[in-house]
Design a protein around this ligand. Structure first.
Ligand code: HMG
Ligand code: MG
Length: 295
């Protein structure tokens, strides 16, 4: 069967905006986050404390966290790669962070300037100190299905990397299909190789149009936390072939159709995507947003 309720982990302000060429003023980002909370989101990944030269789009992380409204009961995790990032997050009252590992050697080098093995030396003190401060720590593992340079990623390598990240003390591991090459059978096989859905979330990019089908496979395997991005924006600047994330609206349309609860108001989500698209200067790639937008 399917889970009765799914937690949609919204990554639009982070994964979505990290890859936009338009410069988005910090006030617009704060309004975006506020609109997401008003639409019913309870987890909104707000920004990243990465090196500002690596991701200039999110260089205003401190200003955003200082200026944005925080709704009680809503979680606002931020991405943190290293201790410098953790220091910055702690200075700004962050209570949840996410580290982001790579399942492949090449992407570890390109995204983190580390080897597959040495990424753990960077993350271990981050997680240890974050837990000491009472923070919740999520982990991502990227390139779970394939990598633009190495081809398909061996399942055993994903499981080993993912376990090592979880074993640092993370409450959840989000399986990232960074370049969207996964297909549903591969998703089921990967979750099974982890020994089931315990502590797993999924993070699909929709490059090959497989994100919804992959999500359904994950739900059937028992996963109940699904990452998605407003209007389907997003991508990773260090993986050229990555396009947008699974659109939150497409996900919610499917989940509500299946009778799965999300707590989200689809009309408010569509309105937010239409509002954001006007600020980004391009239409939302989400089919549901296109279908439900006034024309
Ligand atoms: P590095 O160059 O190895 O860093 O980069 P370093 O430790 O050698 O430090 C060099 C300098 O940078 C130092 O300054 C540090 O203080 C500074 P100096 O002493 O020379 O003046 N520095 C920082 N400044 C501010 N904030 C920081 C920070 N860290 C160092 N946090 C590093 C290593 C990890 C920092 C770099 O590679 C980086 O920032 N990478 C992030 C790339 C990124 O954000 N990618 C996108 C997110 S991942 C993603 O999208 C995938 C996901 O969605 C899942 C999926 O789809 O699969 C999550
Ligand atoms: Mg991503």
């Amino acid at each position: 069967g399917l889970p009765q309720r799914v937690t949609v982990y919204e990554v639009g302000p982070r994964d979505g905006l990290q890859n936009e060429s338009a410069v988005i003023p910090v006030e617009v980002k704060a309004e975006f986050v506020a609109r997401l909370a008003a639409a019913g989101h309870r987890v909104i990944e707000a920004t990243s404390f990465v090196h500002p030269k690596w991701v200039p789009q999110l260089a205003d992380a401190a200003e955003l966290l200082t200026s944005m409204e925080r709704v009680p009961g809503v979680r606002y995790p931020v991405l943190v790669p290293n201790e410098r990032g953790l220091d910055r997050a702690l200075e700004h009252g962050v209570t949840e962070i996410a580290i982001f590992g790579s399942a492949t050697e090449t992407f570890a080098a390109k995204n983190l300037n580390r080897t597959l093995d040495s990424q753990f030396e960077m993350f271990a003190p981050v997680v240890a100190r974050a837990l000491e401060h009472g923070l919740k720590v999520r982990a991502y593992v990227s390139m779970c299905f394939g990598d633009p340079w190495e081809g398909p990623t061996p399942i055993a390598q994903v499981v080993e990397t993912g376990r090592r990240l979880l074993d640092l003390g993370c409450y959840e591991l989000s399986l990232g299909d960074t370049i969207g090459v996964g297909t549903p059978g591969h998703v089921s096989a990967l979750i099974e190789a982890f020994g089931g859905p315990d502590r797993l979330a999924v993070h699909f990019h929709d490059t090959y149009g497989q994100a919804l089908a992959n999500t359904l496979a994950a739900l059937r395997a028992g996963v109940s936390v699904v990452d998605a991005s407003t209007g389907g924006i997003g991508g990773c600047p260090y993986a050229e072939s990555a396009t947008g994330n699974l659109a939150t609206e497409d996900l919610v349309w499917m989940l509500h159709g299946l009778g799965v609860e999300t707590g989200l108001n689809l009309d408010a989500l569509v309105e937010t995507s239409t509002w954001l698209a006007a600020r980004l200067g391009r239409p939302s790639p989400s089919r549901v947003v296109q279908a439900l937008s006034p024309r």
